[in-house]
Design a protein around this ligand. Sequence first.
Ligand code: ZN
Ligand code: ZN
Length: 486
Amino acid sequence: MSHKMLDDHNKIDQRNSSEESEDHDKQPSSDRPSTLVNSEPVHFESCCDFSARRSLPSSVDPPPKYLDSSTSVQLMSAVMSVIESTMQTLDNDLRALSLQIHDHPELMFEERYAHDILCDFMERHGFAVTRHYLGLETAWRAEFTHGKGGRTLGINSEMDALPVIGHACGHNLIAVSGVGVAIAVKSALQTYDVPGTVVLLGTPGEEGGAGKAVMLERGGYRDIDVCLMCHPAAGPAGSVSLGSCLAMQSLEAEFFGRSAHAGNAPWDGTNALDAAFLAYSSISVLRQQIKPDHRIHGVIQGSKSAVNVIPDYAGMRWLVRAPTKDQLSVLVERVKACFEGAALATSCRFKLTEGIPYHDLRQNSVLAACFSHAVSNSFGMNIGQRGFGASTDFGNVSYALPSLHPSFAIPTVANGGNHTPAFAESARSTDAHKATMTVSKGLAWTGFRVIADDELFQQVRGAYESGPAGVQQLILSDSDTHQTEL
Ligand SMILES: [Zn+2]
Ligand SMILES: [Zn+2]
């Protein structure tokens, strides 16, 4: 904080406390940020007293109390200006990092190039880096602590690309967003002398590997109070969505039969492909009887069998999705019954392998309101709540601790959403970078407040502990303007 700003704040602070509380009560409700769900209203104007966490030496003027709306606005603009100037300083470097990662697409758990350049970058910016974190070759952790005590903010940087189409989910943007947020919060903690820790996790294997779920299980989030990240998607310029994502379970079904000459003695064979065909048909019929926000989709894996040989093996891979992990459990059992029925009908043996489940995304309503307030007020972004028919391993994180995962729009061509070659092109555009930087500023602001503001953090915890009542609701209708597939 500049000397002038401290002076300004101290002048305001010289008023007596009753005057302050009167002003506080008189603040027009229209000036208050609103919550995004039907929970208890959240008032942030009294939450800016982050000075309460500070223990300053007696020779330093006591920190101001930020209780009235005018000071709150001043403070917001002061913190945001530190964040903005830090991000501006980093901008060229982050753009270069983003393009380097984009130009070296690496599949899940093979993100060695991204691992190395991101770790190097964080070390150069004063973070203590642990490479190959938690026994995962391409996971990493970068940590910075200011002062003693204080809360710990977590941020996630994804890195992996998709087979054939490269960075068609824009994880290069997520990677540099995490870097920018972590360094911007570090800068704000130092500027305002607020004790706390920033932990940036390099999280591998999002595209099917459930990397975050593995890291969670191995204790990677144990000391983190709140976790933030963002994800690019298609949509109108300047739009952000805080909707949920579907819970997801991967299933691999394998059928084993017996080979025979398909013309000479087909009765000697047991046809594994028939089992796969029946399973596919059964699931296709099942789809008619499931809810619109449930999803089942799969492929029969390629076979090198000759056409005149009864296939003795067939493999299928499926993804099953539902709005909550409880609903997912029910749907998964119905899909399993299709496999079992097909195996029984064809006399094949059957083996089922279940992947690590992805939980639905629980967007913490208080974090969502804080972030929305920042990006709509400071940058004019439009906030929506449309949920996604996609899934993220960050959902598992969101069950374990208070979390936020905004999805933000980057420019794309028509039908050029996530997981298309067009989106890979979009993810390297200048406009996509700009949108990433804007959202990152809002996340940095939110993250700084989580560390600095006791009252806000208690509200965040309260929303988390209230379970589904404290999270954004899933809305899968097309009424919202923001659309994506992750
Ligand atoms: Zn993605
Ligand atoms: Zn994706």
